[in-house]
Design a protein around this ligand. Structure first.
Ligand code: OAD
Length: 252
């Protein structure tokens, strides 16, 4: 990658007031969390149909829970990486800043991000399949020996994530809609996602139609590269570090 592309993105970023960031599994890859569609991606070894659909849960909630507890274990061991940390810093630097993440791993929040919405839920929480009540990870102890877990009221608990075939939760989408309604993002980053989901593509096309500068950060070409004004090829940690170092120092 030519450093001029980093410089071009950094120059635009330095003057930005509204910054919108879309993240996917690739941003957590350098924290040791497997992606879904890469060479070692989860969907290469596991069937989404058997593990990540409402029908799968209805058929075999124990199997689904075993898989989610295994992934919870990986997420709990992982630490935020340089990319998560830089985005958390940028939130303080730019007047209007929002991350919309597809990730369920909470690493953005653990890095310090607060202006963030999770559009696929969060793997550390569970939800009563009957009442919809959400339980934080530390509120209910879920043991692999006692699956499937139940709420104190006796309802079947499920991971608080979005499965294939389910609607995206309304609350985070409203936050994103409001961010766009309040003003066009000067710059939109798409980081570490294949961008195959329709909702992500609609966000990118909306940002593009509104005249936002679209910057993709990904080692590979993706389904949304077509809309990128600048495609920065490399890992999230390497590229965000380079971009961050190219920004002028912040005024006190
Ligand atoms: P994918 O696994 O589809 O894509 C990961 C992307 O990250 C790929 O484009 C990789 O090239 C890129 N990548 C890999 N390592 C990287 C690194 N170090 N830095 C930057 N990029 C890197 O993951 P998502 O696009 O997030 O949904 O997947 C979207 C959704 O599909 C997920 O949220 C999940 C999945 O099925 C559900 O489970 C509902």
């Amino acid at each position: 990658m030519k450093s001029t592309e980093i410089d071009r993105a950094a120059a635009a970023l330095a003057n930005a007031s509204r910054v919108f960031v879309i993240t996917g599994a690739g941003i957590s890859a350098e924290s040791g969390i497997p992606t879904f569609r890469g060479v070692d991606g989860l969907w290469r070894s596991f069937s989404a149909f058997d593990l990540a659909t409402p029908e799968a849960f209805e058929r075999d909630p124990v199997l689904v829970w075993e898989w989610y507890l295994w992934r919870r274990g990986i997420v709990s061991q992982a630490k935020p990486n340089a990319a998560h940390l830089i985005l958390a810093e940028w939130e303080k630097r730019f007047p209007h800043f929002l991350i919309g993440t597809q990730n369920v791993d909470r690493l953005h929040q653990r890095a310090g991000s607060r202006s963030i919405v999770e559009i696929h839920g969060n793997i550390l929480e569970s939800r009563c399949a009957t009442t919809g009540r959400v339980f934080k990870g530390d509120e209910i102890n879920i043991s692999v020996d006692q699956l499937p877990p139940r709420s104190p009221a006796g309802g079947l608990l499920r991971p608080n994530v979005v499965w294939f075939g389910e609607m995206l939760p309304a609350a985070p989408l409203k936050v994103i809609d409001k961010f766009f309604a309040d003003g066009k993002p000067d710059i939109t980053f798409i980081i570490g996602t294949t961008g195959v989901l329709m909702y992500i593509q609609s966000l990118v096309t909306t940002a593009c139609a509104e005249g936002s500068l679209i910057v993709e950060i990904n080692p590979e070409e993706t389904a949304v590269t077509l809309w990128a004004d600048i495609a920065l090829r490399g890992t999230a940690c390497a590229i965000l570090t380079a971009l961050n170092e190219s920004l002028p120092p912040q005024r006190a």
